[in-house]
Design a protein around this ligand. Structure first.
Ligand SMILES: NC(=O)c1ccc[n+]([C@@H]2O[C@H](COP(=O)([O-])OP(=O)(O)OC[C@H]3O[C@@H](n4cnc5c(N)ncnc54)[C@H](OP(=O)(O)O)[C@@H]3O)[C@@H](O)[C@H]2O)c1
Length: 300
């Protein structure tokens, strides 16, 4: 079928490629004309602005947005809406907050425009392996877009999980779990790395053996094998870990629903800690221990 992709970054670009490989026609738009030209060469129809995206689509139109969460999504929707007509469908495949998605769906519904949210997982590997899609929206809109979802997902890797917002809700929790898994692997490998009794443990070898029959084998651990194969000491990296919102939204949701989620919560907090080279809190503890017990301090 025909659809448009807006935002041809690491995700949107690869998704266009996978859709075209599966016989779908794509109209593509990105703020960068060079990126649009790249996908034009691969067979996509270029658009130079959002109004042109709409003119190049047959009705009912399907427009997939793959830009960062927040204002970029609102701005894109606002620019599209005047040209769209009743029955058209906008899909937000990024990591938007589900509250925003519910608000956008309600507002677009007043104009007869369907809003579908597709929580999308698979990263840069999705081009070859397919993307796991957690989809929210009306039965009618989701059914209509199903050929796109089936092309993007691997077998059994797409599910319609509920009404508008449900897809992003499920993806939010998915990413919260991802935080905890990453933290668990990180702590395990750090303990191995710091071992006093066994200072020469080969982390690449250990990661590799865990991939064969172990209960902790996983795709994330497979990626640890790859990373350690390149440089087992990860010496060219800083241990600085960013976050793009889903972890903190998951923790907020846990708080709002009185759900104890200590591991995900602490995984988020460890990301904050990773961005500090020293902490004021640490200085306070050192100062107070020195005050009450004369304990030694390390000067900065
Ligand atoms: N990377 C992942 O593993 C992954 C996995 C699942 C979901 N996601 C989600 O997918 C979405 C896209 O991620 P990505 O990794 O593809 O990001 P990306 O590589 O940074 O690409 C983002 C795209 O959005 C465009 N963009 C940025 N700000 C914009 C704005 N204000 N208005 C219009 N377009 C704008 C960028 O254009 P410019 O090039 O001009 O900046 C680029 O085309 C995000 O919501 C992300 O959280 C990412």
């Amino acid at each position: 079928m025909q659809m448009a992709m807006i935002g041809l970054g690491r995700m949107g670009g690869n998704m266009v490629e996978r859709l075209m490989r599966n016989g779908h026609q794509t109209v593509v738009y990105d703020r960068s004309a060079d990126v649009v030209a790249k996908y034009q060469k691969l067979g996509a129809t270029p658009a130079h602005d959002l109004a042109e995206v709409v003119t190049k689509l047959k009705t009912p139109r399907v427009v997939w947005i793959m830009v960062p969460a927040g204002a970029p999504v609102d701005d894109t929707i606002q620019a599209l809406v005047p040209s769209l007509t009743k029955g058209d469908i906008i899909i937000d495949g990024g990591n938007s907050n589900f509250h925003d998605t519910m608000r956008r769906a309600a507002s677009l519904a007043k104009q007869g425009i369907e809003f579908v949210d597709s929580g999308t997982s698979g990263g840069i590997w999705g081009l070859e392996n397919g993307y796991c899609l957690m989809v929210g929206g009306s039965d009618r809109a989701v059914k209509q877009c199903e050929p796109i979802f089936r092309a993007l997902a691997p077998e059994d890797g797409y599910a319609h999980v509920g009404p508008s917002g449900a897809g992003h809700y499920v993806k939010m929790v998915h990413n919260g779990i991802e935080y905890a898994l990453l933290q668990g692997y990180a702590e395990g490998y750090e303990i191995l790395h710091a071992s006093k009794d066994f200072p020469r443990l080969d982390l690449r070898q250990i990661a590799e053996v865990w991939q064969h029959g172990s209960v902790v084998r996983s795709w994330l651990n497979e990626l640890a094998v790859r990373a350690f194969s390149r440089d087992v000491s990860l010496s060219d990296l800083k241990g600085y870990v960013a976050d793009s919102g889903e972890g903190r939204w998951t923790v907020q949701e846990a708080i709002d629903s009185d759900t104890p989620a200590p591991v995900i919560t602490l995984s988020l907090i460890m990301r904050f800690r990773s961005r500090q080279s020293d902490t004021f809190a640490g200085k306070v503890i050192a100062a107070l221990r020195n005050e009450f017990g004369g304990h030694a301090v390390t000067k900065s």
